[in-house]
Design a protein around this ligand. Structure first.
Ligand SMILES: *Cc1c(COP(=O)(O)O)cnc(C)c1O
Length: 423
């Protein structure tokens, strides 16, 4: 039996209907922007393995930092204890964030980072005996798959089965072109009721919705409305964080500052699962009391795992390096050139670019579902050509590792162009 066959005897894969799923490709090795399967076939990882891997697969610098940490202190509980890597990550990260961010809480993945932000928003008001129990989120948002994160997510077939068990979330339109006023009006109407504890959003780019983009100025207006009505703003930068938008964080494009930020994915360069939620002093102080019951009773066994922290520290060092910053600019320039070239193609409806993110919508004549036939045809076409791209319906996006070479990026563009002719 080959690896793919051994795999399906036991493994249950994410977002997968196993009855109709194709063979899972067994990857044996990764280096830089490349992956090789068990038969030696080469793939370009054009989506940085679900957006986690900006610095390349099997990165030696991060691996060395992890090894050193593993052989010094691999793990210690974070309840009642602390350690150098957890403090160093905080000391490095906090100055990179909007300057109202003062405290951070470690967890394991993007969903838990969101879960913690939502719990903090709700309990902040509970601690003050104020009844604010609902959350505001965007249409078609994605914030993760645990219960509060799922409740905030608006991609309905992900969450339909659990509808009765979710916290109350009310959705507003995304302020994309033409929808700005509807978005402000909807938010204002909700925020002024005094029933909402927080507004959670993916700043500037909704990743899982298909890299849907909207302007910083619009988000600033929405955040100002929240501020006016004391609704906490939660910037879910799990996807956008650490350079994807061309700045370290999407929030760096804003004038307003969020009350909380959720970080994961690229935090550890795709090595060790870890997440961080950050907070203003005001939020932290809402739990700071002689009464033990006002504490945040949340934690995970691996909270602030030292090895994960060492990986995060090494990753942030790589991000800051001049060479990496140049890579981000280079990819952005190439995306813009490709956009120029392709945007008038007869089969292209729209294109959009921000930072290292490029997205293009293909004209198909009919509404395309998330995992529909056309999407599968595109996916298989790309895989056949040795390029890993996972279209969302009829939207093809590219979000490569920052260390991708010009030639590899060119091959991705070429393959997308071929798909427009052949699919
Ligand atoms: C991926 C993602 C999450 C969930 O992160 P997981 O690590 O998969 O739990 C949350 N928010 C956004 C914006 C994401 O892109």
């Amino acid at each position: 039996m080959n690896l793919s066959e051994r795999d399906i005897q036991y493994n249950w894969h994410p977002y997968t209907q196993h009855k109709t799923a194709q063979t899972h490709i067994a990857i044996a090795k990764g280096e830089g922007a490349l992956l090789w399967d068990e038969n030696g076939k080469e793939y370009i990882d054009a989506i940085a393995s679900w957006w986690v891997n900006p610095y390349g697969h099997s990165n030696k610098f991060i691996a060395d930092a992890i090894y050193k940490q593993l052989t010094t202190l691999e793990h210690v509980l974070f309840g009642g204890f602390t350690h150098e890597p957890a403090v160093q990550v905080a000391e490095k990260l906090i100055p990179m964030l909007p300057d109202n961010q003062k405290k951070l809480f470690y967890s394991d993945n993007g969903s838990t980072a969101v879960e913690i932000a939502i719990k903090v928003a709700l309990q902040f008001f509970y601690n003050k005996d104020e009844k604010r129990t609902k959350i505001i989120a965007f249409e078609n948002a994605f914030h993760g798959d645990t219960f509060a994160a799922m409740a905030a997510s608006g991609i309905s077939f992900f969450t339909e089965a659990f509808r009765g068990s979710l916290i109350e979330v009310v959705r507003i339109p995304v302020p994309t072109q033409g929808n700005e006023q509807a978005s402000y009006d909807a938010l204002e109407a909700l925020a002024k009721t005094g029933e909402f504890a927080g507004f959670i959003f993916e700043p500037l780019v909704q990743g899982a919705a298909g890299m849907v983009m909207y302007d910083a100025a619009e988000l600033d207006k929405l955040m100002a409305i929240c501020k006016k009505h004391q609704v906490f703003t939660i910037a879910d930068e799990v996807m956008t964080g650490f350079g994807k938008t061309g700045k370290n964080f999407a929030c760096d494009y804003l004038t307003e500052q969020p009350d909380m930020m959720c970080l994961s994915k690229a935090l550890t360069g795709g090595t060790i699962p870890m997440a961080i939620t950050t907070f203003t002093q005001e939020l932290f102080d809402g739990f700071y009391d002689d009464d033990v019951n006002k504490a945040l009773f949340h934690g995970h066994t691996f909270t602030a795992n030292p090895t994960g922290c060492a990986a995060a520290l090494a990753s942030m060092q790589l991000l800051e390096a001049e060479e990496m910053q140049q890579n981000i600019k280079r990819i952005n320039r190439q995306h813009l050139e490709f956009q120029q070239k392709i945007q008038n193609h007869a089969r292209v409806t729209t294109t959009r670019v921000l930072g290292v993110i490029f997205a293009l919508e293909i004209k198909t004549g009919e509404a395309e579902s998330y995992y529909g036939n056309f999407r599968n045809k595109l996916y298989n076409f790309f895989i056949g050509k040795g390029v890993i791209l996972r279209p969302v319906g009829n939207i093809v996006y590219v979000l490569p590792p920052y260390i991708i070479s010009d030639a590899q990026l060119e091959k991705i563009y070429q393959t997308v162009e071929e798909a427009l002719e052949e699919c």
